[in-house]
Design a protein around this ligand. Structure first.
Ligand SMILES: [Zn+2]
Length: 280
């Protein structure tokens, strides 16, 4: 799987903010040493952002006209968030992994939150116009993605996340949005069983799989631990790869810089191994 990445996404930070550039930089170095191919994306166009977001929301991000304690008003944050959305588009077109920041799954049509400004995976899915299964393995519920696709007959959204945690949504499934809240630090066995159940519940007949790839379910993550080991992301990849669908991934959370590279590698390897097995 190609890695979609641009150095530009490392240009902004706030001291002490968990969503810092180190987490992506360390992953990029790790994957580069392993010989992964890197592709630099173009930023998403305004019309592409408007497939998901309101005109007013895009204007507010462009002008820094918003206030949210989790979403600093970085200079040029519109540019970085549009580049992150462009990375998701490139990942969709090339079957790659978009390794960019800021993340996106907490951004809805008219709101931002949780370190997210534009919903990158949603932009890529909408733009593709394909019947899509989105599986959100970030440890937080993707309230933005759910808000974008709720009631959309073209998309099924599945989220496994830690219960009673930010942003306080995702307690129940509704229509095409299937939510699986899990107890803190529940561990691999319950997690994988739940993922398999979720995929069975989601049904078949999709044209592509889009993975909101967060790694804050790792056992030591400060924000959303579900007790998973780095190696568990291989199993997650294998279960998802078994669907044998054209697949792309978009980075969401994960706040231990040292585990980011190995976790991406595990997920991507699991996906590839399952695809190979499916071909036989
Ligand atoms: Zn998260």
């Amino acid at each position: 799987m190609k890695i979609i990445f641009s150095e530009r996404c490392l240009e902004y930070h706030t001291a002490g903010h968990p969503e810092g550039p180190g987490r992506v930089r360390m992953a990029q170095h790790y994957l580069d040493r392993l010989g992964y191919q890197f592709v630099v994306p173009e930023p998403a166009q305004r019309e592409e952002l408007l497939l998901v977001h309101t005109e007013e929301h895009v204007r507010r991000v462009e002008e820094g006209d918003f206030s949210d304690p989790d979403c600093p008003r970085y200079p040029n944050i519109h540019t970085y968030a549009a580049l992150s959305a462009g990375g998701a588009i490139a990942a969709q077109e090339q079957g790659g992994f978009s390794l960019l920041r800021p993340p996106g799954h907490h951004a809805g049509p008219g709101f931002l939150g949780g370190f997210c400004y534009y919903n990158a995976i949603a932009v890529a899915v909408r733009r593709s116009n394909l019947k899509t299964l989105i599986v959100d393995i970030d440890g937080h519920h993707g309230n933005g993605t759910e808000a974008v696709f709720s009631g959309d007959p073209n998309v099924t959204y599945v989220s496994l996340h830690r219960m009673y945690n930010y942003p306080g949504t995702g307690h129940h499934s509704r229509g095409n949005c299937l939510n699986y809240p899990l107890p803190p630090r529940c561990g691999k066995s319950l997690y994988i069983d739940t993922l398999e159940q979720a995929l069975a519940d989601a049904g078949a007949n999709f044209q592509q799989l889009a993975v909101s790839a967060g790694f804050d379910t790792h056992k030591d993550d400060p924000l959303a631990s579900l007790g998973l080991e780095v190696e568990t992301f291989y199993d997650v990849g294998f279960v998802l790869g078994d669907l044998a669908l054209p697949t792309f991934c978009v980075l969401e959370g994960g706040y231990i810089p040292e585990i980011m590279g190995p976790s991406v590698e595990m997920l991507v390897t699991g996906l590839a191994e399952a695809a190979k097995t499916a071909e036989k």
